[in-house]
Design a protein around this ligand. Structure first.
Ligand SMILES: [Zn+2]
Length: 105
């Protein structure tokens, strides 16, 4: 079974979002509830940087994935580049999200 991913649900507008600045991206409210969702997403965009910033892996592969309720996040792809429509596993690693074609668990 895939592990869970922590998101936040705004107490004002009920919107679901990825924790970031601490504010709801829709209405700006700070108060939110922690919510766990399956750590799986559908790839909506991918790219591969061949000349990334210093210190980044080469090639640097990133993908935009869509989770439940159309929540989207950007993550670093581990392994081969997925294609749009693929389901990938999502793992939080410090401040970044890591994506793998083989879902964890
Ligand atoms: Zn809100």
């Amino acid at each position: 079974m895939a592990s869970a991913l922590q998101l936040r649900r705004c107490v004002s507008c009920q919107g679901l979002y990825v924790p970031g600045t601490g504010l709801c991206p829709r209405c700006g409210m700070r108060e939110a509830l922690e919510v766990e969702v399956p750590s799986l997403g559908t790839v909506v965009a991918v790219t591969e940087l061949t000349s990334p910033a210093e210190g980044w892996s080469i090639p640097h592969r990133i993908a935009l994935v869509e989770l439940t309720e159309a929540v989207r996040l950007l993550g670093i792809v581990e392994g081969p580049l997925p294609v749009i429509g693929d389901t990938v596993g999502i793992r939080k690693d410090g401040d970044v999200y890591r994506l793998s074609s083989t879902p964890p668990g």
